[in-house]
Design a protein. Structure first.
Length: 423
């Protein structure tokens, strides 16, 4: 029978664990449904269209135009022949005109090329910013995920605390009925039970809030049941120097600023190129309805050069873009310093929490033994009610400390992964 019970419990454990949602699964759900992700994806699509707009400047443009004209009189020309004034009709009073013209830039002094480079850099910045949004969302979900597991564990601890206090209150009642203890010990034991019930109510509410926050991030109904697996990514094994170097190389936030700087530099060059010669070729067909004209339809072709030698605003536009780029460079250097600090803080947090887990495990072992001894001594009349309660409080605190350290370690690992840009 004992073997059957053990097998059943093992089966139940694996069944429940298989049904529990992992952190990776939660991330997958959020990335497919979260509104912030959809907003970032839309911004990327906007940048892609802007790139196509910039590239389209190199393509031919076709202009079609048509119209109908009605004069009150037929246009005519007046001249003098042998002393006589003669009027010649030059155009119909009513006519139709149409035009089809194509134009293509032949040389833009780099203006179009720099516009394309600016749009490409802006697209890269937007794509990197989409990655930043994904990482931030993953970290928020990880925080909510661990908050749920933390509150579940703390609820189990306070429920065990209530069970222990209830059993102790029963022992006190027996002692009182035998005339061994005074009535005030019954009252004190009952107060401890009620306090434990209050702690359960508070912790259960915190758990409900944590689950609601988790569901909200996954765009689910706030009251949807939550079953989570206790699985977390491993702590990186590299040295803090290697981790810092990797973060400075891989963080998408740095790529966002770098590409924004490149975009501003390209825009500056495009503005400067606008003051240089712009050469284009034009050609097409003109039709003007006019029976007095020898050829109503004419083909036309030309090459045009436009050179705006001076513009009172261009130099200021260029200087403005230069200063924007310098400001972003300062932001980039500040961000690099912040990333180094984030790596160090997360790494130190992971080291600290590992030590706390070790100490908490030792404390649990000793607190459990101490509680057992105190309960035995109380049964024998060698310890007071206060001694038993103090021992139970130590046992509860030790268990709480262990759960807190365990989830703090998991959170520190995730913070380190986020600082690396690897979530």
């Amino acid at each position: 029978m004992t073997q059957f019970k053990a097998s059943f419990l093992l089966y139940l454990f694996f069944t429940l664990n298989a049904q529990a949602e992992t952190l990776e699964e939660a991330w997958g759900v959020a990335l497919n449904s979260n509104h912030q992700i959809k907003t970032a994806e839309a911004n990327t699509q906007v940048s892609q269209e802007n790139l196509l707009v910039a590239q389209g400047q190199m393509l031919p443009q076709l202009h079609l135009r048509s119209g109908y004209t009605q004069y009150n009189e037929s246009p005519s020309a007046k001249t003098t022949i042998e002393g006589q004034t003669v009027n010649f009709t030059t155009q119909q009073a009513s006519s139709v005109n149409a035009q089809a013209m194509a134009s293509i830039p032949l040389f833009s002094s780099g203006k179009i090329t720099h516009n394309i480079q600016a749009a490409q850099a802006n697209l890269s910045a937007t794509q990197a910013n989409e990655t930043v949004t994904e990482l931030d969302l993953k970290m928020m979900i990880a925080d909510a995920y661990i908050a749920v597991l933390r509150e579940e564990s703390l609820l189990e601890v306070v429920q065990q605390h209530l069970s222990s206090l209830t059993a102790h209150a029963h022992d006190v009642q027996n002692q009182f009925e035998q005339g061994i203890v005074a009535r005030n010990e019954i009252l004190a034991a009952n107060v401890e039970v009620l306090n434990a019930k209050q702690a359960i109510t508070y912790t259960a509410t915190q758990l409900d809030n944590a689950k609601a926050r988790y569901n909200q991030l996954l765009t689910r109904p706030l009251t949807q049941p939550v079953h989570l697996a206790k699985q977390f990514p491993p702590l990186p094994k590299e040295s803090i120097e290697t981790l810092t170097a990797n973060a400075l190389k891989n963080r998408p936030e740095l790529l966002v600023i770098t590409q924004q700087i490149d975009s501003l530099q390209a825009q500056k060059e495009s503005v400067k190129a606008d003051l240089l010669p712009q050469v284009s070729a034009n050609g097409g067909y003109n039709y003007q309805q006019n029976r007095y004209q020898a050829h109503e339809g004419l083909w036309v072709a030309n090459v045009g050069v436009e050179w705006r030698a001076f513009d009172g605003t261009t130099s200021h536009k260029s200087d403005s873009l230069t200063r924007q780029a310098l400001a972003l460079q300062e932001q980039k250097e500040t961000l690099q310093e912040q990333i180094q600090l984030q790596i160090r803080q997360a790494w130190l947090e992971s080291q600290e929490t590992q030590q706390r887990i070790i100490v908490a495990e030792q404390a649990i072992s000793q607190a459990n033994e101490n509680s057992k001894v105190m309960n035995d001594r109380y049964q024998q009349g060698l310890a007071t009610h206060t001694d038993v309660i103090h021992a139970e409080d130590l046992r509860t605190t030790s268990n709480q400390n262990w759960h807190q350290a365990t989830y703090d370690f998991a959170l520190a690992t995730l913070h380190l992964q986020r600082a690396l840009g690897n979530l």
